[in-house]
Design a protein around this ligand. Structure first.
Ligand SMILES: [Zn+2]
Length: 257
């Protein structure tokens, strides 16, 4: 959420796996976090999170919906979000799609949505929960490869972590100094995945080497275009970047969860 106010600018905000970039006439939200109902309801939690590789979902502090609170903390009205794009359908990224069903376009890769719907039993075992995104009201915009989804924001197919995982390049307009980011999301969880070119741990139908190829591709793209490559789940990078971007926009310190 730094500076640019002109068409073509973009930036990122939020914690964990959430981000937003500003397109021509509104904000583009990148990823949507957990569905808190699947965590707060004991029976749903038992079904969806009770047996998932020993991973314990942790929501940000606060009583309200974590996504809406994160948007509010950035000083934004949810209605200013005019499009959503999800990197993939893992439950910690797709749990907020429901907020946007029937309201704004939702961008994803076609093979990701097809996997989640057509192989839903297997997908659930892999942390992709159909309940998060199987809504006929969702206005899907399904890509088959790299595509510009909004001015300055390009989805990059980086399959491996999941069948249709995508990362995003967000470029600031030259009028505001250029530059920008490549958000790897789960194509590279941590800084060490990038620096040491380590395969990501979670993969669906892909070899470790294929995920390393995606990391190298993102590194090369970021280097060639002068963009900062941001790992998806690094516990130090995300909070620091969130604070940096919030400060650049004048959002009060401490307001951002
Ligand atoms: Zn994931």
């Amino acid at each position: 959420m730094v500076g640019p106010r002109r068409s073509g600018g973009g930036d990122a905000a939020g914690a964990g796996s959430r981000g937003a970039g500003r397109g021509g006439r509104g904000w583009v939200l990148l990823d949507t976090g957990f569905n808190p109902a699947l965590i707060g309801d004991p029976a749903l939690k038992r079904r969806f999170h009770g047996r998932f590789f020993g991973i314990t979902p942790v929501l940000p502090p606060g009583e309200g919906d974590p996504l809406l609170e994160a948007v509010a903390a950035q000083g934004l009205d949810p209605d200013s979000i005019t499009a959503v794009a999800v990197s993939h359908l893992h439950n910690d990224h797709s749990g907020g799609i429901r907020h946007f069903a029937g309201r704004v376009p939702v961008h994803a890769q076609r093979r990701e949505v097809e996997y989640g719907l057509e192989h839903s039993a297997q997908a659930e075992g892999n942390g992709i929960y159909r309940i998060d995104f199987d809504d006929p009201a969702v206005d899907w915009r399904l890509a088959e490869g790299d595509v510009e989804i909004a001015p300055g924001i390009t989805a990059l197919l980086t399959a491996g972590h999941t069948p249709g995982h995508q990362s995003f390049a967000v470029r600031y307009d030259d009028s505001v100094g250029g530059g920008g980011f490549v958000f790897a999301f789960d194509a590279a969880d941590l800084t060490e995945n990038i620096e040491e070119e380590l395969a990501v741990g979670g993969r669906i139908g892909a070899s470790p080497e294929e995920t390393v190829d995606q990391i190298r591709r993102l590194k090369a793209l970021a280097r060639a275009q002068g963009l900062r490559l941001v790992p998806g789940h690094d516990p130090e990078v995300w909070p620091a970047l969130t604070a940096e971007l919030a400060a650049a926009r004048g959002v009060p310190a401490g307001a951002v969860p």
